[in-house]
Design a protein around this ligand. Structure first.
Ligand code: AFP
Length: 338
């Protein structure tokens, strides 16, 4: 009976073409997929196992944590910390770098992750996801510190996300090898390749932005959205449709599937808080930008390519404008003209 290509098969196959590959990366991906299967199961059971609602705690960003935020973070650590594939870990839920337990075998990779992004959607049964970014650990460092993680997105060797929606889908890219989608077959517990070499359509008529922030937007963003809303009569000259899930994984997945532009720009509200944007650079913007660029799209702040930003803090934020090339280029152009 036909099984298809499993995620592990795919990684082993890709590694065969990399002379420096040792199998450790395959192991790391396997650990991540185990974490995602477990989180998928917990998200899916939700209220049946008392997993909905808040955890009575705040994360490092001062946001109220959901129970599933906390549990997903624990699952992620548990799946990765003991297998000798990583040297250190950063997640949205922990203020500092997670140091591996004494005596645990150390690997060659660093991982940054948002174990459960979009968690404000959990209680209302809307899609959420896990986002991850993989860097190479510095050769001479036994126990990586914060500064070892502060590297621009161009240095990511792989990035991906797992979407917990009507089906659980793992999307994954390694530099130069395109974007692949795997769907979890829950009956036999494997991620199976369901779309190969995903390409984002260059043109789109769909935008996603939180319009409730419109009074805080900078002029180029306002100009762009006004033009989208004006449709055929506006300066872009075409009608647009709008979506906003408030779950970045779901938005990026839609864009990979049928095109679109997603924007969480810097605005007066975030500037007033001394922040550079709403979304986190190292475990939201960077991995998603890598995926989008590998799929032929663009990702930019309006002023700069996101992957070129030199991070200064592990939890820093960045403006994000990503998706179909033609529309992202237009927004960059509006910024230049402003
Ligand atoms: P949460 O994980 O706190 O739900 O945040 C999700 C997110 O970081 C991203 O996935 C969404 O695109 C964005 O925030 C939604 O922000 P708004 O609440 O402003 O719509």
């Amino acid at each position: 009976m036909y099984i298809g290509t499993t995620l592990t098969n795919y990684i082993i196959e890709t590694q065969r073409n990399l002379p420096e590959a040792t199998g450790e990366f395959t192991g790391l991906l396997n650990d991540i997929s185990v974490a995602c299967k477990r989180i998928s199961d917990l998200v899916n059971k939700g209220g049946l196992i008392g997993m909905l609602g808040s955890a009575d705690s705040e994360n490092v960003q001062g946001e109220t944590q959901k129970q599933l935020d906390v549990v997903s973070n624990d699952v992620f650590i548990e799946a990765l910390a003991h297998n000798g594939h990583i040297a250190g870990l950063v997640t949205e839920e922990m203020e500092d770098v997670y140091h591996l337990p004494k005596g645990a075998p150390r690997g060659r990779y660093l991982i940054l992750a948002d174990p459960l992004d979009g968690s404000s959607n959990i209680d209302v049964n809307i899609s959420v996801g896990t986002i991850f970014s993989i860097l190479k650990a510095p050769d001479d460092v036994e126990d990586p510190r914060t500064e070892d993680f502060l590297r621009p997105g161009t240095e990511q060797i792989a990035a991906g996300y797992c979407l917990y929606g009507p089906s659980t889908t793992m999307v994954f890219t390694t530099r130069g090898h395109g974007v692949q989608m795997f769907t979890l077959d829950k009956d036999f517990g494997e991620f199976i390749l369901t779309r190969k070499d995903v390409q984002i359509p260059q043109e789109t008529q769909e935008f996603a932005i939180n319009v409730s922030n419109s009074r805080f937007w900078e002029p180029p963003v306002k100009r762009y959205i006004d033009a989208c809303l004006a449709g055929k009569e506006g300066e872009i000259g075409k009608d647009f449709n709008m979506r906003w899930v408030a779950s970045m994984v779901a938005e990026v997945h839609r864009i990979l599937t049928r095109g679109g532009i997603f924007m969480y720009p810097i605005d007066e509200k975030t500037k007033a808080k001394g922040q550079r944007g709403r979304l986190r650079l190292m475990y939201e913007a960077n991995p998603m930008s890598m995926i989008v660029e590998q799929a032929g799209g663009l990702s930019n702040t309006g002023r700069k390519r996101i992957l070129d930003i030199q991070p200064e803090e592990i939890h820093e934020r960045a403006p994000v404008i990503l998706g179909s090339k033609q529309e992202v280029e237009r927004v960059i152009q509006f910024h230049q003209e402003a």
